[in-house]
Every structure is written in C-alpha cells, then in structure tokens.
Write a protein that binds this ligand. Structure first.
Ligand code: TMP
Length: 205
C-alpha cells in the first residue's frame, strides 16, 4: 500500500477502557514519521456534531432518537472532517465510530441491527475504518476508572448489565470483521497497549 494514502483508524471500547489516553500517543508517533494526522471523536468532531453530542450526553430520549442523532452527528463529521482529511492523504484517528452504534444502540439498547446497517450503508457508502482497535476490559474495572475521572454522563450512568451487552456487541463485531478489528487487552499497561497498536499499524507504514 502506498504511503500517501489516508488511513481511517478508530478506537472503541466500553467506558474507562483507556482509548483516549492512547490516541495522542499514537498521533505523536505517526507525526514523527512525517504523517499528517487528524484526531477527532464521535459523537462530535464539528461544531454542529459537538452540539448534538451535548444533547446525547445530557438529555433523556428514546433509543431510536439516540440512534438517529448519532448518525446525524456522524454525517456532518464524515462530510466536513473525515472525508476531506482522507482525500488529502492524512490519517484520521477517531475516538469511536459506527461500530459503537452497533455495540451501544443495537446490543445495548436492543435496536434491530438492520436499521444501523441501512444507515451505515446509506450515509457512509464505501467509508469504513481501515482498522478498529477494540479496547476490551472487564466492565466493572472500566467503570471504576471512569468514575475516578469526572462526573458521569448519561451513558456512563447506565447499569453494569447494559455495558455487558455493549461488550458482547463489540465481541460479535470483532468476530464478524476480523480484518478490521484488533482486540486490545485494555488491562495491560499503557506502554504495552501502545506497543500493540504500533505493531498493528506497521503494516500501513
Ligand atoms: P465517549 O465518552 O467515549 O466520547 O462517548 C460518549 C458516549 O457515546 C459513550 O458512552 C458511547 C456513546 N456512543 C453511542 O452510544 N453510540 C455511538 O455511535 C457513539 C459514537 C457513542
């Protein structure tokens, strides 16, 4: 693969898995190699999408509304940030993407995944992550970490059973998309996790 092709790399996992710690480290490592890197997140990444994020994290709503707002935020993000960056040949490191919708809104909230598959294909077309690093951690350990960090948002306030379903949702996707998913043992040290990610990314360099 050519070096000047943009790459779309996403980071997933249940709360407190440590993905947000790794993204800046990987960004610096790639930048040191002369790669232009854009770091971003979902829901969010544009002014409008960040406003939608605020609604999603604070307002009570039904599961279907939540799903549609996730995709509304995503569509703006794709058109304004992700596609232009990939077209320039930049790498995009994104904290969560559509795989989170399968895990949270389908596995977690029991929305039929056919609706998500339809939205994914309609709104994304060919756009799919080259790699998804799935930070897997025991749900209780992740929640304990998240609680230490800051006040909990609407999602983080869910019950353990919800996150167990989300975790199973990620496991199912990882099984279905073996070429895309790289499972990371998020209980390892920060340095060990960084090494695993760097090793997996070597094939694009
Ligand atoms: P964050 O705290 O990792 O930035 O994500 C905010 C929350 O949004 C997190 O609890 C997971 C949730 N989420 C979904 O439920 N579906 C999605 O599609 C995305 C991108 C995030």
């Amino acid at each position: 693969m050519s070096k000047n092709l943009g790459r779309f790399i996403t980071f997933e996992g249940t709360e407190g898995a440590g993905k947000s710690t790794q993204i800046p480290v990987i960004k610096d490592w790639l930048s040191d190699q002369g790669i232009n890197v854009v770091t971003t997140r979902e829901p969010g990444g544009t002014d409008l999408s960040e406003k939608i994020r605020h609604l999603l994290l604070t307002e009570n709503m039904c599961a279907e509304t939540e799903l549609l707002l996730m995709f509304a935020a995503r569509k703006e993000h794709i058109e304004q940030v992700i596609k232009p960056a990939l077209k320039r040949g930049d790498w995009v490191l994104c904290d969560r993407f559509t795989e989170a919708t399968y895990a949270y809104q389908s596995a977690g909230r029991a929305i039929d995944r056919q609706y998500i598959a339809y939205l994914e294909s309609w709104l994304q077309g060919e756009l799919k992550p080259n790699y998804t690093f799935w930070f897997d951690i025991e749900v209780v350990d992740g929640i304990a970490r998240a609680k230490k960090r800051q006040a909990l948002d609407r999602f983080e306030n869910e019950q353990i059973e919800f996150f167990e379903k989300v975790r199973s949702g990620y496991a199912k996707l990882a099984e279905e998309r073996p070429g895309q998913f790289v499972k990371i043992n998020a209980a390892l040290s920060i340095d060990d996790i960084t090494l695993q990610i760097k090793t997996a990314l070597q094939k694009f360099l």
